[in-house]
Design a protein around this ligand. Sequence first.
Ligand code: ADP
Ligand code: MG
Length: 627
Amino acid sequence: MKIHVLTADIYNKIAAGEVVDRPYSVVKELVENAIDAGATEISVEIEQGGKSLVRVTDNGCGIEAGELVHAYQPHATSKLASAEDLFGVTTLGFRGEALASIAAVSRMKIVSRAGEEAFSLTSDGGAMGTVTPAAGARGTEVTVRDLFYNTPARLKFLKSDGAEEADVTQMMARILLSRPEISFTYLVNGKEKYRSFGDGLASALVCVYGKEILGELHRIDAEKHGVRIYGYIGNRNFSKPNRTYQSLFVNGRYVVNQTVGAAVSNAYQSYLMKRQYPFYVLFLEIPPEIVDVNVHPNKADVRFADNQVVYGCVYSVVSSVLDGNSRALEYLVPDGSDSAPATSSVPAAPSAPAAPSAELPRKGPEKKAPAPDVAQSMTYAQAKEELSFKIPPYGGGTPLPPREEEPVRLEVHAPQTEDAFEENKKLLSAAQPRVEVASLRYKGELFRTYLLFECGDDAYIVDQHAAHERIIYDRLREKVRNRTVVSQPMLAPYLITLNAPEFSFLEKQFSLLEELGFEIGDFGGGTVKVSAVPSDLVRLDCKAFFDEILSSMESLRAIRLSDLLKDKLAQAACKAAVKGGESLTAEEAGALLAEMNGDMGLKCPHGRPVAVHVKKSELEKLFKRIV
Ligand code: ADP
Ligand code: MG
């Protein structure tokens, strides 16, 4: 066997895959470089989800002409000169891999000006040109075209333009929130998506979520046991259908962390229902010695020296604010304390707090007493001890789902699980055969609810509501199955404002929803417009329906659109069906039976039997005529 030493070219392409696997990571690395360069203005541009173009321009320190070549080389960094420096890293990057990796798998051009003059350097799949004078303002512009053009295998793994774009957009939103002092411009296919002004967190939130958002949030800032926690949390009536509205930054870095996630979830537990998730943009500042940031470029989590302390701090601050207890005032930041726009209004501190309002959904047992506040002067070790037996058990929160990439498909009528009723029907009809309608004689009703039919030595007692419900349900479902659903335009269209991942997810369901009778489309600006619903579902609660779809987007268990629709159809059928207590004429009873087609094995959409079979011999046994 011969051992080959890889050429630099091949080596760089392999290494590139570790740092740069998608447009998302290219944008992230370039923006982090711009931030590290001290930029106060950063502009990001992508086209075709970043596949054909990523351009990041900044007004940072620039790269000296003599250094341009080094910037392209692997393990070239200005941020670390010796091994000792590793322990004092304050910049986002320091491995010196990103530019080299991106250059190896794209056509890249850097124009940069550190001093009086700008210079540019291009690279084609890692093959560098020469440094030439160029025109350019102070700062750096990195243009990356045709990502992975020379590594087709990698190209194949990219998601659709829309999905890659959604991921980049979601990240841009987070970067923008994490650096409210920097002014960002973000353009997608030439259209401006975000523009922030570098004038504070409130302003950044408005840029990402619209100006109404501030009215739904509490601004907090608290410090406990050396942990500072600040940012915005949704008020107790504000929820989202999934976790994509949750951002956590630990020591300036976006991370996904179970401990903090569970602490916040548990604090909201008594206010939110199942499948409602809190909104938050939270910043944690934790002494570096008790936090271990995993700085792998594509993953972001942190480990805390002690989860319980962090859990306790977050839980106690968030739940104090939500519950409106006496500590809340201390944690809440009054309006206007940062240069927020005049329109912003952070909700006033709950002045008459204590009792949550009656309509709040309270589920499960009352919240356990939150950890009492401990004197700020307490040492870390004392705090640990104090908290470890007072906080609710960690892990009570819903576990976070695996990050992204879970393919979620909504389908209609997957053949194998076609319908549980169909199954039931088969089983039951063996025992309760279809009865010839003509052979059944209507003998009257009981309690204005049960219709009595006789056929030879058999009697059938039919629940008129259940039977009618089932008939309507079958009819509706048949229409869905045959795609003959009629759309009913809504008086006022229903608008749904979505974030990037939600939009990209819902957009994929458009055609299916249309086939089912919805009229739905892109309304621009991340908003979806529903202008018609299936005519049988005119009273559909659009918010609940679409929240349900959106809540499935990150769960492992993808709900099937057909199941969701079945639910709605069952509700519609139930509303339309005759009720128990309504007297039917003999003709109406006969018509109902005819529609049932004599099928005595039917079940209503909720699974209750439609008919009960009684044999003459069973009655005779009851009367002891026979034994
Ligand atoms: P790292 O960020 O880990 O140092 P990179 O490959 O991302 O490695 O960048 C290599 C070097 O290029 C950086 O250390 C920095 O000196 C320089 N550089 C990259 N981008 C910029 C920028 N936007 N402005 C100024 N210098 C930059
Ligand atoms: Mg870098």
